[in-house]
Structures are given as C-alpha cells and as structure tokens.
Design a binder for this molecule. Structure first.
Ligand code: FAD
Length: 374
C-alpha cells in the first residue's frame, strides 16, 4: 500500500499536469496550484520525440496527444539555401504502433493535459501559489497566497525555470543562466511537403520548420543575442526577418510574410541544473525547476514528462518517502544531466560558429539515450 496519499503540485505546466494524471491513475489525491489566473500558454509549437510519446503512453495520455498533433517520422537536414542533405529517422521507442515524433501546438498540448488532469479528479486552483512551507518528518504544512492552508505527504515544485519552490527550499543562489542565444518563432499554414521536421543550417543562425497539424506548422530561428538585450515588442517581426536574412528556399519565401510583431514569440535561452538531489525532505523539484535546458535537442518537455512517469510510479510503492525520492534521483539525475549538457553544447558550438562541431553525433547519441527505458 502506498504511504503517500496526498500530494501538492505547484505549477500547472507540462510536468505538473503530466504528474497529476500519473498520480490520479494510482489513486493518489492531488491538489494543484497554478499562479496564473488566466491559464494561457503561447501559441507556437513543441516537438515531442519518442521518449515523450512513450511517457505519454505510460500516463494513458498518448491517444489524445496524438489526435491533437501531427505525427512525423524524422528530421531532414537542409542547407541555408534550402537544399536537402539527409534524413535522420526517429526511433519508435513507444512501440511499433506509435510514431517516433510528434509536433503539437502548445495550446493543444495544454488543453489535453489540463482537461485530462481535471477529469481524473485533480483539484486545480488558479491564481494561487504557496506562501510558506513548513515540513516535519510526517508531512508538509502549506500556507497559500489566498490565505488557505493544507497538509500534504509530499510537495512537488513543477513551477518552471524561475521556480518559487526551488528558491524557498534550496535558496535563492540557484538561478537560471542566460546562455547567449535566443529563439524567434512564428506559425504558418503547412504546405503538404512539410511532413517532417526540417532544419536549415546557416552560417550565423539555424532555422527550422515543424508540422503541428494538418493545416499548421511553426518556424524557429536561433540567434546569438549577446548581453540578453531587451527586445522591443513592436520590432519583433523586423528582428526575426533580420535573423533569417541568410536563408533562401522556403525559409526565404516565408521570411517575407513575417510582418506582424504580435505573431512572433521571442525567448532568450536560459538554463539551470540543480547540481545535487532535487529533494529536501518531503519537497521535490521536477521539470524545468530542476533541469531547464536550451531547445536545441527538443527535450525539455520530454524530460519533464519522464520525471512525471517515474515519480508517479515510485510514489505508489510501499516505502518511506525518503527512500522513494532517493530512487527517483537514481533514475533521473544522470539522464537529465546528459541531456542538459548535450543541448548546451550544441548552443555553444552554434555561437562559436564551430565548423569542427559534431552536431549530428551529439543528436545521434541523444536519440540512443532517450530510446533507452527510464
Ligand atoms: C524556445 C523553446 C522551445 C522549446 N521547445 C521544446 C521542444 O520542442 N520539445 C521539448 O521537449 N521541450 C521544448 N522546450 C522546453 C519545454 O518548454 C520545457 O522544458 C517544459 O515546458 C518544462 O515543463 P515544466 O512543467 O517543468 O515547466 P513549464 O511548462 O514552464 O510550467 C511551469 C508552470 O508553473 C507555473 N508557475 C510558475 N511559477 C509558479 C508559482 N510560483 N506557483 C504556481 N505555479 C507557478 C507557470 O505559470 C507554468 O504554468 C522548449 C523551450 C523553449 C524556451
């Protein structure tokens, strides 16, 4: 019989919502608080690779996720001029019946994750977060920002890059670091030939197109942005076009259609890796709160969902919480560290314009690692 009966999840993003479903599948009571009053996510897309699809299958979410996105086989490499070079096929780690990759709009992913967590009986509160945490050997007493209180067997900080739970429990010294790069993104109607992830390698920037649905795809371009400048919102379209100026072919054609700054999503790349156990007593971090990476290998969400699978599986076991969290670390720490470091390495090579860099080698190794069971 499980010894963990009631869990508080702080943060209703990809990791927190996946965990809520995983815990409810095992009959564990779940409260989830999300700081945003209006629970919106930005409207571009995200790539879920084979390990994320497998994790969604383990959580019982895969059919709804697949219905909401666009399944594709592999990643095509192209020159900046749009000339095809080679195709890197994905792994079918989730089983032969599932695709190796899925592009999905973040809005569609959020709708599936939030509606499923709610249907399974998660008690979700919006516009609320933790004010105070006090733990003793038997549990954690929590005071919320709306003045209410609760008592839990475990508190999970799934509150992202700037995690409040992390700073409350691990101290304010652990802060995200800007890597020197940023990403611009924009949605477009999907042409029929764009039925895979297409990545275009330029001399200064890398761009890509990812299908999200029958009708939609998104474009991204990574760029060096020394000093993390404040980017005026009304200049986003102009800046994205500028970062794309070396590209021809399809990217060059689409570039000219980027005119509305409101349609451009800009994100500086920030990373953090908590370099020790991600738990203290009965408070544990998952997802970006513990290990936020750059998007170069499309694995941040994948790792967050894997955290959710492993933690929900362990918490159903009959063992002391400390022993379960220690096993959680054994299964997650090295794997996430490898993935975070691989993503950061690719970004550093991009910034150095390193022609010797073995980007494909890192991606191939990453694909081998993520296909292994967790
Ligand atoms: C440009 C870019 C592209 C990316 N592309 C990919 C990709 O293609 N594939 C991939 O796998 N990953 C990708 N990622 C990474 C992925 O988005 C993250 O790793 C993932 O969202 C992490 O999930 P999370 O639940 O830990 O955090 P989040 O999704 O950030 O969720 C955190 C939630 O906590 C809430 N919150 C914050 N503070 C509090 C608080 N104090 N109290 C309560 N709630 C709070 C937030 O509002 C949010 O809802 C990308 C990231 C970036 C920046």
């Amino acid at each position: 019989m499980a010894r963990v009966h009631k869990v508080l999840i702080v943060g209703g993003g990809i990791g927190g919502l996946s965990l809520a479903s995983g815990l409810r599948n095992r009959g564990i009571e779940v409260d989830l608080v999300e700081v945003k009053q209006e629970w919106t996510v930005y409207g571009v897309g995200i790539i879920l690779q084979c390990n994320a699809i497998r994790a969604m299958a383990q959580l019982g979410l895969v059919d709804r996720i697949l219905d909401a996105g666009y399944a594709y086989e592999g990643m095509g490499h192209y020159t900046a001029e749009g000339e095809f070079q080679r195709m890197l096929p994905g792994e079918r780690a989730a089983g032969p019946e599932y695709p190796p990759n899925l592009g999905i709009s973040r809005i569609a992913l959020h709708q599936v994750l939030s509606s499923t967590a709610a249907e399974k009986g998660t008690a979700i509160r919006l516009g609320v977060t933790v004010e105070k945490l006090a733990q003793d050997p038997e549990g954690v007493s929590v005071m919320f920002t709306d003045g209410t209180q609760g008592r839990y067997d475990l508190v999970v900080g799934a509150d992202g890059l700037y995690s409040k739970v992390r700073s409350m429990v691990f101290g304010k010294e652990l802060k995200p670091r800007f890597t020197g790069q940023a990403v611009f993104r924009h949605n477009f109607p999907r042409p029929p030939e764009l039925d895979h992830l297409a990545v275009y390698y330029g001399h200064h920037h890398n761009s890509g197109l990812c299908p999200l649905s029958k009708d939609l795809m998104y474009m991204f371009v990574t760029s060096s942005e020394p000093g993390n400048p404040r980017v005026p919102e009304d200049q986003l379209a102009e800046l994205m076009r500028d970062r794309l100026k070396e590209f021809g072919g399809l990217i060059g054609q689409l570039r000219e259609q980027i005119t509305d700054p409101k349609q451009v999503v800009y994100k500086p790349m920030e990373v953090i890796f908590v370099p020790e156990s991600w738990y203290r007593g009965r408070v544990v971090l998952i997802g970006d709160a513990a290990h936020a990476m750059t998007p170069h290998i499309s694995q941040g969400a994948g790792m967050a969902v894997e955290d959710a699978v492993v933690l929900s599986e362990l918490l159903a076991e009959d063992a002391p919480v400390g022993a379960l969290l220690s096993r959680f670390m054994q299964r997650r720490y090295e794997r996430c560290k490898f993935i975070v470091e691989s993503a950061i390495q690719i970004g550093e090579w991009e910034m150095q314009g390193a022609s010797h860099a073995d980007r494909s080698g890192v991606v191939k190794k990453m694909l081998e690692v993520i296909a292994q069971p967790i």
